[in-house]
Each structure stands twice: as C-alpha cells, then as structure tokens.
Design a protein around this ligand. Structure first.
Ligand code: ACO
Length: 330
C-alpha cells in the first residue's frame, strides 16, 4: 500500500497482432460474400489470425512487454495485472495469472474481467481505482482476444468481422494536471442473449450435443447489436464529455471500439467530431473486441498522433450488453 494518488495516467502502451493476415478475398473463396459487401457494410479489409498453438496469454505477454518498455518498467515493478478477455486460455485460472507467470511479475495481484468488447474500458477503470487508492502503484491493463477460435467460419454474418490481437497499457499515479478525467460504465444484462456464446459454461457444459449443435461459437443478432451500439456509444461519449465540462470539439482524438466503420461514423457525428479526429484501424484488424482500443492507442502513439496534454476520448460497446467511455488528459 502506497499513498493515494491524485490521479492516474497511462505511462506506456504496447500492442501485438499475430502475423497471419486473412483478407476479404480469402473469404470470397469459402463463403457467399464479397470484398465489396464486407468493405461497404463494415469497413474491414483484413484481420490477423493467431497461429496454431498460440494462446491469449501469449499475445497478452507480447503486448505487455512493449507497454512495460514504453513505461521504463520491469515486470517486477508491476503490482496489478488485469486482463480483459472473453476468450481466455481456459475457464480458469485467469489469463492474468497465466500472463503474470510468462512475464515473471511475481508481485502482481491478477484477475480477469469479462465485459465483451467493453472489457478494456472496464479493466482500465477498475485498475485505475487500485492506483488511485494506493493499493497498486504500477498496474498493467491488458485487452487480449482470440475471437477466431470461437467463430463459426461458415456463418458469413459473423465470421468476416473478427480478428485476434492484444494491447496493453501501464497505469501510474500522477498529479492533477493529467490522467483519467472522467469515466462511465454501463450494462444491461436483459439483452445478453443478443450476443453470446451459449455453451461451455455451467449452463451448458461441453458435450457431444453442444458441439454438434455448434453452440461453442459466437451467436449474434447483428442488426440489434448495431442499433444498441450506436445509441450506447453515442450517449456514453457525449455524457463523459459534458460531465467533464467540455464539448465534443474540445477532444483532440477519439478511440472508438473498432466494430464497424458505420458505427464509428455515427458515434463521431453524435459527439460532433470530424472523422480526422477519430482513430480508425478497423480496415487492418477487424473487430478484436477487448483488444481493439489498446491496439489503436499503441498505433496512434507510435504514429505520433497522441501527445502529452491532449484530450483523449475512448468509447466502447459489447456483449452483456456493456458499454463505457473515458476521457483522459494525456
Ligand atoms: N456477405 C454478403 N452478404 C452478407 C454477409 C456477408 N458477409 N453477411 C450478411 N449478409 C447479408 C444478409 O444475409 C442479408 O441478406 P438478406 O437481405 O438476403 O437477408 C443482407 O446481407 C443484409 O444483412 P443485415 O444483417 O441487415 O446487414 P447489416 O447492414 O446490418 O450488416 C453487420 C450486418 C455487419 C453484422 C452489422 O449489423 C453489424 O456490424 N452489427 C454489429 C455487430 C458487431 O459489431 N458485433 C460484434 C460484437 S459487438 C460490438 O463489437 C459492437
């Protein structure tokens, strides 16, 4: 336990995406689909897939090493690891514990958070409370997903959307001049059935029947997810901006969860932001769920698009349903 912090900032970011690239043209060979349909309806051109044998904690480990380096920290300095994932290595132990072992971060408290595509924001907000309170000084927040292992590759309405990857950030205490200004999280479990993976848990343990009925893959009512995502993401980002006493035009850059370019455009319009201020990399990675915002952050930092003092927004929506937004003075 250290002193409570006035605020919490992101001291380093890192990302990892697997080497194998799957293009829209690749899907044209196996499905009744086209590059034109996928590009127009989603904005996705390609996505990255893990190699055989590669697991979620492997990617979390790679992204974490980069984030630690960027923050000039060693694994031994980390006292909290939170992994946001809906696609863990296994049901238990947590992917955070498995990542800790790979890193050799022996002094870290470790746990996972399941909040679908909003997972990174749930993890960020949760971990920041530990740092703010002084229970952790250096926290590693990771979003890591292998959605492609849980996707029905014969279902054209879902399989073209997803990709694999991981992103990580290091949180540290800071003074009032920077850090997380405002955040908002929300959920509506009554709509859980619209986006889920039905089997594999205590409700429907794995059996021949669940495998035969293809119940171990993502099922989704795409249009309903879309409509709810547009509304919840738009409402959330506008609320955090207004609650913090800003206007949309004050934002220097927005990192929306990368699910669909049309959702991103609607959210930008709702927040009163021109697309030049919205970071988009969906064309390269597809939807990497909890990894999408930290992967985008890492790319933006590397490209010099995020600088100290900038007002940075993040907003996401996902299974649960869950949603969230955050405003950060970088
Ligand atoms: N290729 C060609 N045609 C397709 C494909 C495809 N890959 N997928 C669906 N179609 C067809 C449908 O069968 C339908 O045909 P029909 O009219 O003959 O029945 C037609 O295209 C239109 O289908 P819609 O579902 O109405 O298309 P829509 O414009 O809603 O786009 C999409 C579908 C891309 C899934 C969209 O609804 C979406 O992005 N929803 C959000 C889903 C999402 O992001 N889920 C991830 C997790 S949650 C999150 O990250 C926010």
């Amino acid at each position: 336990m250290t002193e409570p912090a006035t605020n919490v900032y992101i001291a380093g970011v890192g990302a990892y995406t697997p080497e194998r690239v799957v293009t829209n043209e690749d899907f044209e060979k196996t499905l009744d689909t086209s590059d034109e349909w996928i590009t127009q309806r989603t904005g996705i051109k390609e996505r990255h897939y893990v190699a055989d044998g590669q697991v979620t904690s492997d990617m979390a480990f790679e992204a974490s090493k980069k984030a630690l380096k960027a923050a000039s920290l060693e694994p031994a300095d980390i006292d909290l690891i939170v992994v946001a994932t809906a696609t863990p290595d296994m049901v238990f132990p947590s992917t955070a514990c498995l990542t800790q072992a790979k890193l050799g971060a022996a002094d870290a408290v470790c746990f996972d958070i399941v909040a679908g595509c909003t997972g990174f924001l749930y993890a960020l907000v949760t971990a920041s409370q530990f740092v703010k309170q002084g229970t952790a000084r250096n926290a590693l927040v990771i979003g890591a997903e292998i959605l492609t292992r849980f996707t029905d590759m014969t279902d054209r309405t879902s399989c073209v959307l997803f990709g694999d990857g991981a992103g990580a950030v290091v949180l540290k205490p800071c003074g009032p001049e920077r850090g997380i200004i405002r955040s908002l999280l929300g959920a509506d479990g009554t709509l859980a059935r619209l986006l889920d993976m039905p089997a594999g848990g205590s409700k429907m343990p794995p059996s021949h029947e669940t495998v035969d009925q293809r119940l171990h893959v993502i099922t989704m009512q795409g249009r309903k997810v879309y409509v709810n995502a547009v509304k919840a993401m738009g409402d959330s980002i506008v609320k955090v901006i207004e609650d913090a006493g800003f206007q949309g035009s004050d934002l220097d850059i927005l990192f929306p969860h990368q699910a669909n370019i049309r959702i991103i455009q609607s959210v930008a319009e709702r927040a009163g932001l021109p697309m030049e201020k919205v970071f988009v990399n969906i064309q390269k990675y597809g939807n990497t769920s909890a990894a999408s915002i930290p992967i985008a952050l890492a790319e933006a930092v590397e490209a010099g698009r995020v600088d100290e003092g900038m007002l940075v927004g993040m907003v996401a929506f996902g299974a649960g349903f869950t949603w969230g937004a955050a405003l950060i003075r970088w």
